[in-house]
Ligand binder design. Sequence first.
Ligand code: GAP
Length: 489
Amino acid sequence: MDYNLETVVSWAKRKWFVYPGSDIYGWLANAWDLGPYGTMLRKNILDSWYQTFTQRRSDIIPLDAAILMNVKTWEASGHLSNFSDPLVDDKNTGERFRVDKIIEDVIEKFRKNKSEEEIINQLKEEFWVDNTVPESWTFEQMKAFIEKYVSKNPNNWKEANWTDIRKFNLMFKTFQWVTEDNTATIYLRPETAQGIFVNFKNILDTMRVKIPFGISQVGKSFRNEITPWNFLFRVREFEQMEIEYFVEPEKDAFYFERWKEDCWAWWTETLWINKEKLRFRDHEEDELSHYSKGTTDVEYKFPWWWGELQGIARRWDYDLTQHQKHSLVNMQYTDPKTGHRFIPWVIEPSWGLTRAIATAMIDSYDEEKYTDPKWNEQTRIVSRFHKNIAPIKFAILPLMEKKQELVDIADKIFLDLSKEFMCEYDGKWNIGKRYRRQDEIWTPFCVTIDFDTLEDNTVTVRDRDSMNQIRVKIKDLRDVYENSEKYFN
Ligand code: GAP
């Protein structure tokens, strides 16, 4: 079942996955902090990505470059001149809006009573566009659309007086001291990728790599988004997990397809995001970033509409050539067999870690009706996420916290299992309430220590999804985690 965004966000806040940023000062709009469970979720997603795409790949090596980079990087990469979104101001209020976003909202309303095909036919007839991706339209087409369909300011619903559409650079500007009374402008990076490109020569000179090979990096990126929106989906500070994969130019198409397959497999078979809600979408020609010869996005069907989780781009030799031109450092690779020298082409799979966190929460949230023999029909909130990604793997629950001997065993189990697994100790409330609480935060297994445990070293393990309970020896708890299908089906 699908749930609206407000329901999921309210649960995520209540259950300590996220907090509004700078909450005690009334929030910094659209900034979010990860709470304890959000932090664990982030780590698990990141670990799974790192294991899949770096640890288990002999052709990919990691890097961790600085966020602040020499301004020449951004001149060379084209971000200073090209990295922008279209905006309009309402002259009546001075408010600024991202035009493609306003148009998307109107198209979303069309969708309530028209099919996608009907909408595209209408757009073709009225504005000569053949898609519902306003990012790919010309400024004239966007202007014509808002003149016809957006007469009101979306914030106050009063008549708007729109300016012409302009470009707005998304680079996050800041200043650093060069002398005591003089500052220089620098930028927070808008993508981690450039940290990889500027280190390409270092890697070539030090790591004995052979093409094809990739460099992976995880880190914060910053974009001065005009209209951040939809929870963690579009924020000004977010994390990316990126790989620049260097190939021979003639193999670019082959590796592009291969990367699409690898990425799809990660989303669906490692992270276990619902396949029915995922799709590939190729960028329209006019929508491509300035560095790309072709991009395919992995999109998820969010409660509001399809949204990008990841871009897979053919960056050809654009970046290395630009850096060679601006730095005068030779970026060529020499084929060890043939001696042929060339600038490699690049396939770039770029994942949004922050969006992956949001997607995990949205995709797994569920409310389930079940019959409790004592209380009849009940509803429980249960997040059915894969055990590998769940923040807590085992909840350790002594049946009665007043009984020290039960608590002692619980402590021992906690100490032992927590060497490998994130565990949570909980001794408060009745056992049913504790199960419900763990269901809400995804915990796959609850371990209850009771009076029989004192006799025979067995505990009750309760499975989140089936709610079935089994009795196992304490020493078998690891096996329950590893081979849960053997115990619960
Ligand atoms: N280096 C290529 C690059 O940065 P991108 O499509 O602009 O490509 C890659 O960004 C990913 O970063 C996106 O697919 C998305 O998941 C994430 N991302 C981009 N802007 C974001 C924002 N404002 N808030 C959250 N995530 C964002």
